[in-house]
Design a protein around this ligand. Structure first.
Ligand code: NAP
Length: 494
């Protein structure tokens, strides 16, 4: 495991039609490690022509190439090979991810290993895809419902979990027989581009996967607009998700949207408070709070609110924030300086409104990096932006509630509906909450658990569609119905 900074930035290229290229532009983008302030990676800043070339390659590979036409066994075998190659490179991929994102090295390597598991799930699940037959429509007709690959998929990913989020989409669409153009976040493109080397080694036919680096507003927008792209799988902010919806109105393309969240933890008075405090601290601080499903609102039953706040603050003060390359670090740096200032701005604003700072609230660890101490606030006024906006940092406010009904009402009073965590020992209460809370993922007495078998996605303005699980492959297929006449035709015109 490498624990030192690179002597110079690692140089990456785009991947179009089976070849590495700098594309048609002239500009290079340089990523500074958000934890150390030194350049760690460079890639070309793509231009519109690069996205167009990538789309043309993916289109040709889908319309004429072998990938959608080979049997599932062939696709499955290749996806398993990719998984093996990722596993062999897990430490190197994790190192690059750590440098570009600022997350702890061990966490980054763990995410790569988690991605291997997702690739293997999709590789196996690939062979279970089937359609339906209807033999009950009467003597005359047999109906078949075929599941066919959807086509060219544009995949746009964010910077918080670049490799893992890609793994929740790419092997599934490949399993379905689709081809892809990927646009990773402009600041964290390294591991996506490294994956292309592994796809080549595994023998993926040219044009099946293409990666264009560069600015979302330039190269990403082309994917949203192009009539040659059949579907866009977009993971990112609700703001850019709206742009995807606007663009799709022109070309009527399918959208998968995984967007923002403002996810409640609901702690009932009967919960095991020590365990709940640990879980809430983990859920809010993991990945420096830059986790779409991380708990970012804390509802606590009033009778235990003070005791729970004290326990939680004690846990949060002990979270080890610092250099992501150092062993033992639990939370690394935020994504960049502007983001760090935005997060701290929310805290300052709420303090100005009369909120009380329980712990954190400031920059920490080192001035070279963008580290924020896990922050807990109390008495935040009801109308505060801190309680409604997705802050995407390690900031949480305690909101006391009185009854179960209050808790569900407050939890559901959000434009988002991504995830929720319920903490109680009362099984009936937990199951009622699972039913009634508006969220695509609900955890009971735990948080952030995950697995490729289970679908993920959001309700309300948190998104459209579901990734992972068998649904994750079905998302990238189209259903076609065929009615087949088995009898001589009864003449309509005598
Ligand atoms: P973002 O600003 O919306 O960017 C996401 C991606 O969209 C990036 O690759 C970005 O490229 C690209 N993009 C920007 N403008 C575009 C345009 N006009 N056309 C096409 N693509 C464009 O989000 P982010 O800041 O990277 O990520 C954080 C957000 O993602 C949070 O809101 C978080 O909740 C959400 N998220 C959701 C999930 C989920 O599963 N629901 C998972 C992870 C993250 P550039 O990097 O070049 O701007």
């Amino acid at each position: 495991m490498i624990r030192s900074l690179p002597a110079e930035p690692r140089r990456f290229q785009m991947f179009i039609n089976g070849r590495f290229t700098d594309g048609a532009g002239t500009e290079l983008m340089t990523r500074l490690s958000p934890a150390h302030g030194v350049p760690v990676a460079q890639w070309p800043s793509g231009v519109v022509a690069d996205s167009e070339a990538a789309i043309a390659a993916a289109r040709a590979a889908f319309d004429h190439g072998p990938w959608p036409r080979i049997g599932a066994a062939g696709r499955s075998a290749l996806l398993f090979r990719v998984a093996d190659l990722i596993e062999q490179k897990a430490e190197e991929l994790g190192y690059v991810e750590c440098l570009e994102t600022g997350k702890p090295l061990a966490q980054a390597i763990g995410e790569v290993r988690g991605a291997v598991d997702v690739w293997r799930f999709a590789a196996g699940a690939c062979r279970t895809m089937s359609g339906e037959s209807f033999n009950n429509l009467g003597e005359r007709v047999l109906a078949l419902v075929l599941r066919q690959p959807l086509g060219v998929i544009g995949v746009i990913t964010p910077w918080n979990f670049p490799f893992f989020i890609l793994a929740e989409r790419l092997p599934f669409l490949l399993a379905a027989g689709c081809t892809a153009v990927i646009k990773p976040a402009e600041a964290t493109s390294g591991t996506t581009l490294m994956l292309c080397e592994l796809l080549l080694q595994a023998g993926l036919p040219e044009g099946v996967v293409n990666v264009v680096s560069g600015r979302g507003a330039v190269v990403g927008q082309v994917l949203l607009d192009s009539p040659q792209v059949d579907m866009v799988s977009f993971t990112g902010s609700t703001t850019i998700g709206r742009k995807a919806i606007e663009a799709s109105a022109q070309s009527i393309k399918k959208l998968g949207l995984e967007l923002g969240g403002k996810n409640p933890h609901i702690v009932f008075a009967d919960a095991k408070l020590d365990e709940a405090a640990d879980g809430v601290a983990f859920g809010m601080a993991f990945n420096a709070g830059q986790c779409c499903v991380g708990g970012s609102r804390l509802l606590v039953q009033r009778s235990v609110a003070d005791a729970f706040t004290a326990k939680l603050a004690d846990k949060m003060r002990r979270i080890r924030v610092g250099d992501p390359l150092e062993e033992g670090t639990q939370v690394g740096a935020l994504f960049d300086e502007a983001h760090m200032r935005k997060v701290l701005g929310y805290v300052d604003e709420s303090l100005g409104e009369g909120a009380r700072l329980v712990c954190g609230g400031k920059r920490t660890a080192s001035e070279q990096g963008f580290f924020v101490a896990p922050t807990l606030l109390a008495n935040v006024p009801a109308g505060s932006r801190l309680l409604r906006d997705e802050i995407f940092g390690p900031v949480l406010a305690v909101i006391p509630f009185d009854t179960y009904e209050d808790a569900i009402r407050i939890a559901n009073d959000s434009e988002f509906g991504l995830s929720a965590s319920i903490w109680t020992q009362d099984l009936t209460l937990a199951l009622r909450a699972v039913r009634e809370v508006q969220a695509g993922r609900v955890w009971v007495n735990t948080t952030l658990d995950n697995g490729p078998e289970t679908p993920l996605g959001g309700m309300k303005q948190s998104g459209l569609g579901r990734d992972a699980g068998l649904t994750g492959i079905e998302e990238y297929t189209e259903l076609k119905t065929a009615h087949i006449n088995l009898q001589p035709r009864q003449a309509w015109i005598a």
